[in-house]
Write a protein that binds this ligand. Structure first.
Ligand SMILES: Nc1nc2c(ncn2[C@@H]2O[C@H](COP(=O)(O)OP(=O)(O)OP(=O)(O)O)[C@@H](O)[C@H]2O)c(=O)[nH]1
Ligand SMILES: [Mg+2]
Length: 201
């Protein structure tokens, strides 16, 4: 376990959380990952983010259905030059969110590389949500096409779903994270229910 993971676990114990989930957030440079996480954490649309050098890491406690959950959110820098570092940070992740910029179609091209990296370095069946960023910048005439394209990508790459978001308007920011959290809680709860048969005497 690396230092930040240890930190998250300590934090989780201190806050008496039932679960700690590490979530990795990827996607091409400048698509809006840091801005979305900032909006989620502080409910502020920050316009002066600088590019993420390597990775940043934040924890937040959330309550879902009366359960306290500690989220360890890993914001991976999207610039190509940091790509060689990212596999290390994927280790131990329970879920991933990969963003593309809905106003820059080209950023979708990198989604597959991020999917491959999460599957290889976190675990093969890691649930991954495709996040569409900057919904507020999409030309309304293009919205149907972008949505269609995103849904096709979800299908083609076997992802869990697509959530369009706008950090500027605050649209679906909370929802994209809670979708992941609820999925992980359900997964963890069903794992707990598995009864291991005792061997016959
Ligand atoms: N209009 C609009 N601009 C946004 C939105 N989200 C992010 N931006 C802008 O997009 C730019 C890049 O955002 P970042 O959050 O730094 O992008 P990033 O994905 O973290 O980039 P890297 O750290 O280089 O990987 C910033 O100028 C943001 O203000 C949004 O929802 N709407
Ligand atoms: Mg960033």
């Amino acid at each position: 376990m690396d230092d930040s993971n240890r930190g998250a676990t300590r934090e989780s114990r201190r806050m008496n959380s039932e679960y700690t989930f590490k979530i990795v957030v990827g996607g091409a440079g400048g698509v809006g990952k840091t801005t979305l996480l900032h909006r989620f954490l502080y409910n502020v649309f920050k316009t002066d983010t600088s590019l993420t050098v390597g990775v940043t890491f934040k924890t937040k406690e959330v309550t879902r259905n009366g359960q306290k959950i500690t989220l360890a959110l890993w914001d991976l820098g999207g610039q190509e030059r940091f790509r060689f570092l990212q596999p290390t940070f994927c280790q131990g992740a329970r879920a991933g969110i990969i963003f593309f910029d809905m106003s820059r179609f080209g950023t979708m091209e990198q989604v597959k590389d991020w999917v491959d990296m999460f599957r290889k370095h976190a675990y093969p069946a890691i649930p991954i949500i495709l996040g569409g960023a900057k919904l507020d910048l999409v030309d309304p005439e293009m919205l149907d096409d972008v949505t269609e394209y995103a849904k096709e990508t979800v299908e083609k790459l076997g992802l869990t779903g697509f959530v369009p978001t706008s950090s500027k308007r605050g649209e679906n920011v909370e929802e994209i994270i809670t979708t992941v959290v609820d999925m992980l809680v359900a997964q963890a709860a069903s794992a707990k229910e598995v009864v291991v048969p005792t061997s016959a005497p």
